[in-house]
Design a protein around this ligand. Sequence first.
Ligand code: SF4
Length: 395
Amino acid sequence: MQPTYVTRLENVPQLSRDERNQLKAVLERFAFRATDYYLSLIDWNDPADPLRRLILPSVDEIEPWGEADPSHEADFTVAPGLEHKYGPTALLLASRVCAGCCRYCFRKRIFVNENAEVPGDLGVAFAYIREHAEITNVLMTGGDPLLLSTAKLDGIISELRKIEHVQIIRIGTKVPAFNPFRVLNDPTLADMLGKFSTPEKRIYIVSHFDHPRELTDPAIEAMNRLLAAGTRAVNQTPIIRGVNDDADVLAELFKKLSFIGVPPYYVFQCRPTWGNKTYAVPIEEAYLIFERARAKGSGLAKRARFVMSHATGKIEIIGISSKHIYLKYHSSPHPRHKGRFMVFCRNPEAFWLEDFGAPEDDLFLDDMAIPELPDDMDPEGSQLTPYPPPFVWPL
Ligand code: SF4
């Protein structure tokens, strides 16, 4: 199969004229793009079909909400097409196109006509990476790097591989979901990636499957080709209203991914981006969906962490109690925040960190002392005084 790209709703015959007319205002603001392959996966008898919701515009997108760049990526842009927020990791915007436009995309600003964040020439970006020996990871994203021609992608990865300190190259992609035939019809793509994925320095495919129905036979075969060529793979997904905001659906996705050797990695809180109100799930609800899904899987299916890509860093949502929610910085550009643990009063309507207000309690990693053995403890063990007294959990 050779999928074709659909960028006009007139070419989606399953939509009525009325539906197309209602969506005109949305398309004036946000791009639409899909493959006929992906559209063929939709159950057109179900108006709430999750894949339909993921790819077809919704009139609710015109509701004012959010920002163009909610994680303030512009503040960390150090060269055209290059963001450097966390010491070891640089993010290279290598492509302006994706094989489809996810409606909830948090980088949809890139698809706006006048946006020039993705440069034609990455020379300055390569020079910056070369000069920063702390960069051991480069994440290529965009836009989708696998939509570049194999020759162009080969050229970019070759340049990165010339830089001794760059060890891991990650390729963020939804091509295996939107158009697995990009991989299946061009064997030179997997071969080229395999060539650069050496035992010492791997290429990681960071796939973006949101729903288990995206894991079709061709999608699984595409992932298998990439893995068989020598790459490694993990999966990321946000929790999106109407797509995967259901513990059973998410559990099924985690399970299937672990079965095919693509363990779940990050699960994201939906960023408060333009037009995304309809797709966002409040943090506490999303956390409970995530935990319930994880509880249903085996160890490999529950490797994911639920995180929020906030302007101040990547924040993991680690738990909820009856009154509080517990968050921890996973990464931060600010050294003081690294490992910081925070306790907030619960707010079931919070969509982003600021919605919780000030922390009730917090602990900076640097301020935490490692407890010393009390004087009355004998390290040899013969006179060991239990401290604290043992607690027997009720069974
Ligand atoms: S694949 Fe990623 S960058 Fe592309 S439209 Fe979807 S969310 Fe946005």
